[in-house]
Design a binder for this molecule. Sequence first.
Ligand code: NOJ
Ligand code: NOJ
Length: 474
Amino acid sequence: MEDEELSSWVQKQDRIAFKRILDNIGTGQGEVTSGAVIASPSRTDPNYFYQWVRDAAITIDSVVQYIDDHSFNDTEWPLSTVVESYIWNSYTLQRLDNPSGDFESLSGLGEPKFMPDSTPFKGSWGRPQRDGPALRTITISNYLAVLDKYGMGPSHPNLTDTEFIYANIVKPDLQYIVKYWASSGFDLWEEVDSMHLFTSLTQLKALKMGVDLACKLKDYSFNAQLVATFNELRLFVAMNGGFTAVKVPFLIETPALVVQGKRCGLDIGSILGVLHSHDVDDASDTASIPFPVSDSMVMNTLTALVGDMEYRYPVNHRRLGTSSGVSLGRYPEDIYDGYGTSQGNPWFISTATAAEVLYKIVYQLFMYEKDLVLTPDQSKAYSKITTLEASNHTYVLPYGSDAFKVASQSLQAYADSFMDVIKEHVDAGGHMSEQINRYTGFMEGAEDLTWSYGAFWSASRWRKRTSTLLALYT
Ligand code: NOJ
Ligand code: NOJ
């Protein structure tokens, strides 16, 4: 079943991507602070030579996964040093007075972007962005859990122990979420001041991890506060936030824009939010955080994005009518072209995200031995990628049945087809920029974008994990 040529390319690109991630992290030599993650080495047209809190946290989370996958045994790179320098650099960034505010009032933690030498960025920008503290909490908590799993502690000279990291770095970020989760802020694409699903979901996951940490470290009164906020925010995400609406067959990233008639609400940011707020190995995330990958709204959101963008971007037209994935952009109405504004394009991050969510859907079916349940709206999507026909009834493919196996193999092949699209657009050296020109398919925007490599690397990691399960069970 598995496409050998794709597999060997993915393997090769996986190493390239991981190495390029590390290339964009400061070592303290030169102008980039140790542990600072540069969004891209591009300094002009566009200038991405900054540290974004979001990009950095997402990137370092991949490094944490790598460490866990290799049980700290990787001798090629000093990866725990990289992660711990990032944690120490976060301590510095948190305490800088900046245009979003200061540390004392916590408002400064909403600042999205800093200079490479960890001084404030003073230009005008879409600020605050309230996903930063959440993503940083998720990454650092994941690292603390990995340390704990291997019976280790931090070795960075300034990071005394887990308690120090919790009290001085994680806790202020959690306090920020408690204080500001109900306030509007700019979205992950830095354009709209409102409430956003990506931001709320990542905050919810951070609070959940905070609840566990506070309990473990016996910070009981703060733990109670976190539990209360978690419950409020969960209600907001699931019910009151407007992230779902009757007759809208997908998750709505920024509800206010839909109400104002400015956008349809469809956005890959929603799927990114789902991925960053659910650890599919942790069943309690599925149970307590809305919109796990198994929720039909998630697959429906992907289907709607594909349905729009296969037509919107001419580069995808030759795949029309096939069962292949296509290159995906951020949201239909996007006009950012990577340098300025004209017409939006497909992005590597979005296309890799499609692959990753599909791998995870397959993974959790086998992991939790779940039947594949296809509602009528979903069966339409599945009819494109499997031999199943669209139906007005709900299909139940029992776990382990032949139909179940065939359908999950088709899902895996569909995920692979998004990887194949990426393969088509990287250059001979495996470089990945931010965007893919919607007409020509050539790369555009910031070159060697750290997050593009991270998104690809993460999708590749889930490809491996899913293939292993599929090989065991089919
Ligand atoms: C730069 C931001 O980073 C990008 O997300 C946004 O689309 C453009 N500015 C809009 O001009
Ligand atoms: C623009 C993207 O919209 C934003 O999400 C990202 O943080 C910056 N570029 C830096 O990569």
